[in-house]
Design a protein around this ligand. Structure first.
Ligand code: PMP
Length: 519
């Protein structure tokens, strides 16, 4: 297939070989705004418009001049990047800034959120999950202790036992309080020891670490590692009735006793078996799918009824990409937790944070969770700069995201109108857009049929080669191309993309698949 890979490459040569097979094995030598440059065989810089946008980490583009200048001044000033276990006022400033944004978008009554810093998106998700589990266990222990105390009190009172209790517990007729107490303890121990349950959405993506990959729906990523961590139940998007069914099937209770007129009666306490519902307000890797307001409300209702915290994964949709800082605020979804990453680091730092609602916050978490690199001065100061840039001029960045996104979406809609036989769907909000092509598994073109499983990568290779446009399919839906450029997207850059996409659509209409392959 013409792939040429250095034989001594030890850094993922297999992946590189695969990229080479579709013409994506380019080395970029410089980045600026929405442009990446590679060198041709004569050493000249060739510009490429970057719609992959660092997979969502470049809301403000490559090497934003103010961010870079700030980074240089921090380093020139001898900033203590790593000063763990000391005062970190800049981390508090980031947390305060995020809280101010939350209050603006959710309403003034929004509760405060505490911040735990991390380095990557998956890490922020896992920190939220880990905190949720600490909180769940503490609630479970409290409920268990309360139930046990009731049982002990009934025993100490030498309470009698009614037939209803004996029957409800499936015990032999005439069983006394000691037998009842043993049976309740056995049942409560079993509930307490149950593995925590996670709820997530079909198509969801929450990272690829040991814990987070089990929340990621894509089977290829998840299944080989299922034995390593707790499993999630996946709920179909926009099917709230399934959510209710899952919750009904899994909910559990702890049993206690009350003594009435000298006789013990059963008391049922809801047991916190649900650790968290984790979801993206706009699914990224699942094909750019926006969660609807009604579904968001249903999730909120069902979760509240069983005291299951909601973790809103804004790793890709957040940081203004949707036209609001938090995409979830657009559909009225309020998280108990939020995860942010990607553009938080301004395209140069690795930074992420999870926010947890005060009423759920367990301060004990601070003593059991940390990372050498998290909450460092450099990434916090860069994050502050990013937030300052985003909030400037009454949120010009968010307005730009909405306006530039609409300009881009208009082009996609025109393509859909002109090529209904080729374009399946256009989705997304702001600068988080997806263009879905029709399935090619039954294509008249052998080349398209044979490559249907990697279709999006074929198109991406062609766009790069022929039109100097860089994009990729979403990770779990390869017929959908992703478009996540920075807010500085120009009309010329949009026009360049349109030319490329029209060319691709014409090729697909003609079912001339060979043309998409590497020459
Ligand atoms: N959550 C979402 C919604 C994401 O899109 C991603 C990355 N694509 C992650 C989590 C994981 O982030 P990271 O790659 O930084 O671990």
């Amino acid at each position: 297939n013409g792939a040429s890979v250095e034989t001594n490459d030890l850094a993922e040569p297999y992946l590189l070989g695969w990229l080479a097979s579709v013409g994506l094995d380019v080395e970029y030598v410089r980045g600026e705004g929405n442009t990446l440059y590679y060198r041709d065989s004569e050493g000249r810089e060739i510009p490429v418009v970057d719609y992959a946008g660092g997979y969502g980490s470049l809301m403000l583009g490559h090497n934003h001049p103010e961010i870079n200048a700030h980074a240089k001044s921090l380093l020139d000033g001898g900033i203590p990047v790593h000063a763990q276990f000391s005062r970190h006022p800049y981390a508090n400033e980031v947390a305060q800034a995020l809280n101010a944004i939350l209050r603006r978008e959710l309403g003034d009554d929004a509760e405060e959120y505490s911040a735990i810093f991390a380095n990557t998106g998956a890490e922020a998700v896992e920190a939220a999950v880990k905190h949720a589990e600490l909180d769940r266990r503490m609630r479970m222990d409290e409920a268990y202790a309360a139930a046990s105390a009731q049982v002990s009190a009934a025993q100490a009172a030498g309470a009698g036992v009614g037939a209803a209790v004996v029957e409800a517990l499936g015990l032999p007729a005439g069983a006394g309080i000691e037998v009842v107490a043993d049976e309740i303890t056995r049942r409560n121990d079993a509930v307490r020891q149950r593995t925590p349950l996670f709820l997530s959405l079909e198509g969801g993506f929450h990272g690829k670490l040991v814990g987070s990959v089990q929340l990621t729906h894509n089977e290829g990523y998840r299944a080989p590692f299922a034995a390593l961590a707790a499993q999630a139940r996946f709920v179909p998007r926009d099917r709230p009735e399934v959510l209710k069914e899952v919750v009904e099937a899994e909910r559990a209770e702890l049993l206690g006793l009350a003594v009435e007129d000298g006789t013990a009666v059963l008391v049922r306490h809801a047991a916190p078996v649900f650790c968290a519902f984790v979801l993206e307000p706009i699914q990224g890797e699942g094909g750019i799918r926006v969660i609807g307001r009604e579904f968001a409300e249903e999730i909120q209702r069902v979760c509240a009824a069983v005291d299951c915290p909601v973790i809103v994964d804004e790793v890709q949709s957040g940081m203004g990409r949707s036209g609001s800082f938090f995409a979830s605020s657009r559909v009225g979804l309020r998280g108990d937790y939020y995860a942010l990453a990607k553009s938080l680091g301004g395209g140069i730092a690795k930074a992420s944070v999870m926010l947890v609602r005060r009423s759920r916050y367990r301060r004990e978490f601070e003593l059991v969770h940390s990372s050498t690199f998290a909450k460092d001065a450099f990434s916090c100061h860069i994050a502050l700069k990013v937030l300052e840039l985003m909030e400037a001029d009454g949120g010009r960045v968010y307005r730009l995201a909405a306006e530039r996104g609409q300009a881009l979406k208009d082009v996609f809609e025109t393509l859909r109108t002109d090529f209904p036989d080729v374009v399946e769907d256009v989705r997304g909000e702001g600068l988080m857009l997806g263009l879905e092509f029709r399935d090619q598994t039954q294509s008249a073109s052998q080349a398209l049929r044979e490559n249907a499983g990697t279709f999006g990568y074929l198109v991406a290779g062609y766009l790069l080669r022929e039109h100097r446009v860089r994009t990729f399919p979403t990770a779990s839906a390869v017929h959908t191309l992703r478009f996540e450029p920075s807010v500085y997207l120009t009309d010329e850059e949009i026009a360049q993309l349109e030319t490329g996409l029209r060319d691709v659509c014409a090729i697909l209409r003609a079912q001339d698949g060979e043309r998409l392959l590497l020459p």
